[in-house]
Design a protein around this ligand. Structure first.
Ligand SMILES: [Ca+2]
Length: 457
């Protein structure tokens, strides 16, 4: 990976202060305030829930309106080959937080509920040690109350939202978590709106130190427990001749788009637009839940599959990054990267070192349009429907949908929709992919690949 030295050289000696100031143990307390010119950038990471590759206008959506995210892409860089950590929520978020892909992650599925451990190093811990004030707002899913996995024990100074992701299915909840307190929610309040309000308030309250805001929105996920789409209304699609769940889903995507716009407007109003790097992406592909048919809005765009698949539609996600003055406007990049690259990317932005032994690479050069080191390969595994594995290496993608099934091989450069299976025509490539499937992972006691007890995913 690119070492912080290079970054300091390109941004001047002031960032060294941040590194030295943050090098001590967390118990020493926050470092002293720095003058604005000497601060590394604020980092905002917005994660949508089950937003597909084809849900945004700037990714080819023609009916659901997303003017603010389209404008964000026009003002920054839009990536066409970025991947989620997994094809469902919790493992994807675990990879995002720890910089480890699913072959090494401590959390590799939504069930059983395994918390992050005290010894796991999260991106929030890295940034807090570098002097950042850190907040997580929205959906967590990496630790139940009282465990080592809750946000306030994983590097976040401030936390507001759902700890349990099943709880997050309910967008009109009775309660949420605020730091380590359970707090009542006003009846009828739409939690997404509370998260936006909290995020705006957090940003308004920051002075003297850089901040990291992880805004993990809960939409357009379905209320999978109640088997419906929860939405405060269908506007602006109430007049469309679409099934009700499709109107609700479209309304949620547009609502989120509006709220991302409010956050970007606030950065401009506060005069910190050019001091703040904003990422927008999704945790996995689109769902077929709550009465929604992902084909209706072409939720995966041209890709094959949806959430719970390791075909591209399950794991390839939108990724827009905006940093006025640093990231050139209106760039489209086909750099291949994944959510486990966020931790080392954020570390480099902060002038901090990433932990040793992670799978991620800093993508700062790719953000800035400079030569970027590529991954040898990207790896996924998934346990809900038996044991599935997938690997992406250069132009090639391999998927095995269950142990003992033949390996499927696709050439994504020629066939991004994974329609033509090529293993027999390229046996040498297929053999190389088999080798990666063996070496890319370590066995996890919580997600065994053999001898799994009955009822286990
Ligand atoms: Ca999700």
């Amino acid at each position: 990976m690119v070492m912080p030295n290079r970054w300091r050289a390109s941004f001047g000696p002031h960032l060294l202060l941040a590194v030295l100031g943050g090098a001590g143990p967390a118990a020493a307390g926050p470092p002293p305030d720095l003058p604005a010119a000497a601060r590394p950038p604020n980092i905002v990471f917005i994660l949508a829930d089950d937003l597909g590759y084809g849900h945004l206008g700037c990714y080819g959506q023609t009916r659901i309106r997303t003017p603010r995210l389209d404008r964000m892409a026009a003002e920054g860089v839009r990536f066409t080959q970025v991947y989620a950590g997994s094809t469902v929520c919790a493992p994807s978020r675990a990879s995002l937080m720890t910089g480890l892909h699913q072959g090494h992650a401590v959390i590799r599925g939504n069930s059983p509920r395994v918390p992050l451990r005290a010894e796991d190093v999260t991106v929030a811990e890295v940034l807090r040690r570098a002097g950042y004030r850190t907040a997580a707002i929205g959906k967590w899913g990496l630790g139940e109350p009282g465990t080592s996995g809750i946000p306030t024990r994983q590097g976040f100074d401030r936390w507001f939202g759902y700890l349990n992701q099943q709880h997050a299915h309910d967008s009109f909840p009775d309660y949420l978590w605020s730091d380590e307190q359970r707090v009542a929610v006003r009846k009828g309040a739409f939690s997404h709106d509370l998260f936006t309000d909290e995020a705006l308030q957090f940003v308004r309250g920051q002075r003297g130190r850089p901040f990291f805001l992880y805004l993990a929105y809960t939409i357009p996920h379905a209320n999978s427990t109640a088997r419906r789409m929860d939405s405060p209304g269908d506007a602006p699609y109430q007049g469309e001749p679409w099934p009700a769940p499709e109107k609700a889903l479209a309304a949620l995507v547009t609502r989120m788009d509006t709220d991302v716009g409010r956050l970007l407007d606030l950065l401009r109003t506060l005069g910190i637009d050019r001091d703040t790097v904003v990422f927008f992406t999704s945790d996995n592909g689109p769902h077929r839940e709550g009465g929604v048919d992902p084909a209706f809005h072409r939720a995966s765009g041209p890709l094959r599959g949806i959430k719970r698949d390791l075909y591209e539609g399950g794991i390839r996600v939108p990724m827009i990054v905006r940093w006025p003055g640093r990231i050139a406007a209106a760039r489209v990049s086909d750099q291949v990267w994944a959510l486990w690259d966020f931790l080392p990317t954020a570390a480099e932005l902060a002038g901090a070192a990433a932990p040793a032994g992670i799978d991620g690479l800093s993508m700062v050069p790719a953000l800035l349009g400079r030569p970027q080191q590529n991954h040898e390969y990207l790896y996924w595994e998934f346990f809900e429907q038996g044991f599935q594995q997938a690997v992406r290496a250069d132009r090639w993608k391999a998927v095995r949908t269950a142990p003992g099934r033949p390996l499927e091989l696709f050439d994504l450069a020629a066939d991004p929709g994974e329609t033509v299976e090529l293993a027999a025509r390229h046996p040498d490539v297929a053999a190389g992919m088999e080798e990666i499937l063996r070496k890319a992972r370590t066995e996890s006691p919580d997600w065994p690949t053999r001898g799994s007890p009955a009822g286990r995913p």
